[in-house]
Structure formats: structure tokens, C-alpha cells
Ligand binder design. Structure first.
Ligand code: NIG
Ligand code: FE
Length: 411
């Protein structure tokens, strides 16, 4: 593969630094190179420096002048539900009239209605739909996503969703890290006990055997899976070699953060209702909090997670979209940056760190992606602005100019 030199970024936001997730003040250190450039060879970053330095070493390389734009590592979205059929515009309209997420779910819509549509979709249909979603992510500058199953809730349908993720990895430029979320809801026709049994004794062993997921997740919430059931499922997953993530304390403070700490989970996600004790517990095991302001916003709530306290407690915060048809229909990390700054009082620099290098470590991919450093994959976003803070400042429209995955321009 020919080498490629990208020159004249107004700010090359490298995120270079220690080889671990960033905490405290480190979240504000972006490693910016003014008038920066990157030399790419064989899909990987070869050298990072000023344009002058790169130009001297770029003999024979294709040269691209970025014209004074901002350059970032591709966003890493560490929490999505990208594979599903249909949409939830009816739920959306109901919420616009004042009904809550929980009321709508109780009335038989919510997650269940997406499960019904996803079950009847063929693998090919689901893939076609997921491919379209993947393009949305790439257009927003995201190059890696974690994707959860959870809209099948039968062995075959969960496997079907996980296989679609595998296809996304093989056939699109978007890199997918798969998570098994069989415990997303209890199916209508099954008792909670029976379903937990099915997840533990049939689904998990099959998912592990076919290596279809790296992580296991549970929706730990009133009306879904309680602490005890969540503990059982996640413990079984851990024994099979899966790492753990969890939807916890989203609608109620049920001790979910504490459970994730007890189990040594990689991440605890949502945390809208987590209080001091939960934050202390997460710190005791260095569980990374994954904050999802898009879902708070789209549910019309004002209960944003306590990002400032989490950062001050020394947690390696992550930001993600939670892209899903119900609570967070956005694939846009820039939108999440905006919400993080305006609603959770994170600084633009902290938000960018949480959306790149910290997210990469939360997916065990910190050695390959999340920063622009020699040896990492050349996954790069170029944005039509001069200052990185503009990414969080302007909102509601894409500022993406170009996206490179492994050194190839894909949009
Ligand atoms: O992260 N909370 C559970 N799961 C998703 C919502 C899924 C849906 O409503 O379809 C979430 O918000
Ligand atoms: Fe989610």
C-alpha cells in the first residue's frame, strides 16, 4: 500500500500520552500539534509531527493538504445497539405528549416492539439496515463502535444479531466490538426465572463457543433484571471468558454500580441515578463509567449522570451515544460532545478524551486505536473547523470533512 501524508491540520489532536485510560487532569491533555501532519504507511500511523517535519519524510507519499482543518483520531463509540429492525416513532410521539419510557414499555411497546420486528427480519434484511446505520456513524466521524445484541431474546435471534455484527466487521469500514445483551428484557411468553436460565445455560455457552461476543451486558433495572439475576448472568459470562459491561442505575438507583464493581466489570454504563456510594465503589475497582447523555436528552429527562463528581473521584470517564431506536436515536458523537459540555459540565477537551482514547481502553482496544500515535491504526476524522472546541460548540449538523479508516478515505 502506498504511503499517505496528511498535512496542514490547524490542530492535530493526537491524544498521545500514557498507555492507559486517562483520569483527572489528564482528561484535559489533548497533545495538540499546531500545523500538524501524519505520515501513514500500510494503514498505520508511521510518524506524527508538524507539517514541516512530516513533509521532509514524505518522499514518494501521496500528499493531502488538509487546509487548516481539525484532525482527531476516529471517535470510538463504546455503547450502541446498532442492529435492530424498524423504528420507534410511535413511542417518540407518545413521549412528546408526556408519557414516560416506563409507561410506554408497560403498555407493551418499548424494547418489546423492536424485538418483534427484529425477530421477523431475516439476517440479510437486518444486515442491510445495520449497514445503513454504520454509514451514519462513519459520516459523523466514528470509526469503531461497540454493538450490543438484545433485540432477539431467543437463542436463534440473538445469534442472528451477533452474526450481523460479524458481517459488519467483514463488509464495512466500521470496526465493531460485539457485546452479548441477551438479558435486555424478559420475553412476554417466558417467566423471568426461565429466561435467566435460558441466557445462562443455552445462550451464553453458544455465544462463547462461537466467539460471537467479547463482552456480556445486562439491563439491571426495575422491571427488567434485578441485582441478583444480573449477578448470576454476569458471573456465568465471566466464567466463560467474557468481559463485563452493564446498564445500571439508569431509571432507579438500585445498586447497579456497586454490583459492577463487585464483579470487576470493565464498564458501568448510564449511571444517571448513581450516588456517592456507587461512585466510590466504581473507583475501588477502576470500573470505567460510560456516560450516555443522548438517552437522557431524547427521553426528555434532566437527570444527567454526575460526570464532574466521577472525574473528580478519579474515574476514567467514557462518552458514548447509546444509539438505539428507543431511548437514543442518534449515531452522532459530536452531538454527545455538545451534551456533555452543556448538560454535564465537562470541558470540550475532557469530552474528546472520553470519546476517543478512554473509550478505546474500555473496549480493550487502547493499544490499537483512540489516539494518533506511531504504530496505531490510521483511523482519522477531519473536521471543517479550526479549533477542536468547535466540535462541541456548533451542534446539530455534521462538520465532518473526511474520514479515514486504516489509511483509506471512506467518506
Ligand atoms: O440503553 N436501557 C436499556 N436499553 C437501551 C434502550 C433500548 C430501547 O429502548 O430499545 C438503553 O437506553
Ligand atoms: Fe444502552
Amino acid at each position: 500500500m502506498k504511503s499517505l501524508a496528511l498535512l496542514h491540520a490547524s490542530q492535530l489532536v493526537t491524544l498521545s500520552g500514557p498507555k492507559r485510560p486517562r483520569v483527572g487532569k489528564e482528561l484535559s491533555e489533548l497533545g495538540i500539534i499546531r500545523d500538524g501532519g501524519v505520515l501513514i504507511r500500510d494503514g498505520k500511523i508511521d510518524i506524527v509531527g508538524t507539517s514541516e517535519e512530516i513533509e521532509k519524510k514524505a518522499a514518494g507519499a501521496e500528499i493531502v493538504d488538509l487546509g487548516g482543518r481539525v484532525v482527531l483520531p476516529g471517535f470510538v463509540d463504546a455503547h450502541t445497539h446498532l442492529v435492530f429492525a424498524g423504528n420507534r416513532i410511535d413511542d417518540f410521539e407518545r413521549r412528546s405528549r408526556g408519557e414516560t419510557y416506563e409507561q410506554i414499555a408497560k403498555a407493551g411497546r418499548g424494547i418489546w416492539s423492536t424485538v418483534e420486528k427484529t425477530r421477523v427480519a431475516s439476517e440479510a434484511d437486518l444486515f442491510a439496515r445495520a449497514k445503513k446505520h454504520a454509514e451514519w456513524f462513519l459520516k459523523c466521524g466514528t470509526t469503531t463502535v461497540e454493538v450490543k445484541s438484545g433485540y432477539g431474546l431467543t437463542l436463534e435471534d440473538e445469534l442472528k444479531i451477533l452474526r450481523v455484527m460479524r458481517q459488519l466487521n467483514e463488509k464495512t469500514a466500521l470496526e465493531v466490538v460485539p457485546t452479548f445483551l441477551g438479558a435486555h428484557a424478559v420475553p412476554r411468553d417466558t417467566s423471568p426465572g426461565e429466561y435467566v436460565d435460558l441466557v445462562i445455560n443455552q445462550m451464553l455457552p453458544r455465544v462463547a463457543k462461537e466467539k460471537l461476543a467479547k463482552f456480556c451486558d445486562v439491563f439491571c433495572e426495575r422491571g427488567y433484571f434485578d441485582i441478583e439475576q444480573s449477578r448470576e448472568i454476569l458471573t456465568a459470562a465471566k466464567k466463560l471468558g467474557l468481559k463485563l459491561r452493564g446498564h445500571v442505575d439508569q431509571l432507579t438507583n438500585s445498586g447497579g454500580a456497586k454490583l459492577m464493581a463487585e464483579l470487576g466489570a470493565t464498564t458501568a454504563d448510564h449511571l444517571e441515578k448513581t450516588a456517592d456510594q456507587g461512585i466510590t465503589a466504581l473507583k475501588s475497582r477502576n470500573v470505567q463509567p460510560v456516560l450516555l447523555p443522548g438517552s437522557v436528552y431524547a427521553l426528555g429527562s434532566t437527570s444527567y449522570p454526575r460526570a464532574r463528581e466521577m472525574i473528580e473521584a478519579g474515574l476514567a470517564a467514557v462518552l458514548a451515544t447509546d444509539f438505539n431506536p428507543g431511548s437514543s436515536p442518534t449515531p452522532s458523537m459530536p452531538m454527545v460532545l455538545s451534551l456533555a459540555c452543556t448538560q454535564m459540565k465537562m470541558s470540550p477537551a475532557e469530552a474528546i478524551t472520553a470519546a476517543t482514547i478512554n473509550a478505546a481502553y474500555s473496549l480493550s482496544r487502547g493499544d490499537k486505536i483512540g489516539s494518533l500515535e506511531a504504530g496505531k491504526l490510521a483511523n482519522i476524522g477531519v473536521f471543517d473547523c479550526e479549533d477542536y472546541r468547535e466540535l462541541a460548540y456548533w451542534f446539530g449538523f455534521p462538520q465532518t470533512h473526511a474520514v479515514y479508516v486504516r489509511g483509506t478515505r471512506i467518506c
